[in-house]
Design a protein around this ligand. Sequence first.
Ligand code: HXC
Length: 256
Amino acid sequence: MPETILTARTDRVLTITLNRPEALNALSSTMMREVVEAVTTADADPGIGAVVITGSERAFAAGADIKEMVGLGLADVLEQDLAAAWQALDLIRTPLVAAVAGYALGGGCELAMLCDVLVAAEDARFGQPEITLATIPGIGGSQRLTRAIGKAKAMDLVLTGRMMDAAEAERSGLVSRVVPADQLAEVAAEVAATIASMSRPVTHLAKAAVNRAFETPLSEGVRFERTAFHATFALEDRVEGMRAFTEKRPPAFRHR
Ligand code: HXC
């Protein structure tokens, strides 16, 4: 049984709730292991079409666990390869929805950015305050934040440690939807259920194609997209999707 997360399954969606409220969901090494394991297991399950990662009303996650890091020296972090295990989320094909209320700071903001669709409550606050601890982001924050919101805003946040509210996060392109706090869980569940109603292998290809935009020059990305687009024509779900449209009925995908 996991100690630091709760999991719930509804039809084709797995919801992972970070559950260390006493520490504002600080991302301990146990929590890292448990989140990565739950997401990796879901990714291998053909019955799951999307995963929601969420926290509490007060905090999505207030960062890596500072109390766990305070006594570490360079030899320790090199030996442990501190935070490296989060990288496993980069290999996840299943779409991940982050439902963020309250603080998403440091590693919490980075975990949200490892997800594919970010939905925020109006009271959500994002930031990379590591500089105030005399360290810097370590789970990709300097890279993913810069790609998401551009150099000007990323430099501002990473160098001053200030927090950005949900409205600024949406304006800046970090989150795709902002909703009243009491609707966050419902909207995130709806987004995930919508994604999970599509053909699972096609959602994997679509996610891979968008992510390719961050890894390649435009011409290579477009070439990757075309190959993936052509590949969908080998799937019976693609036949069903187009046939259902022409027959004016909802599609009955096999792989969902
Ligand atoms: C460990 C944390 C924590 C954290 C909060 N807590 N954040 N414990 N690691 N990152 C604990 C507090 O110690 C306290 O427990 C309890 O949660 C409530 O927090 P308070 O500070 O009392 O709450 P509040 O005054 O409301 O302030 C909320 C806050 C503040 C602004 C979010 O907690 C805060 O600044 N937290 C740290 C944010 C941060 O610097 N994150 C980056 C971490 S570095 P006790 O028992 O003590 O009362 C990082 C690097 C990632 O993420 C990459 C490498 C792995």
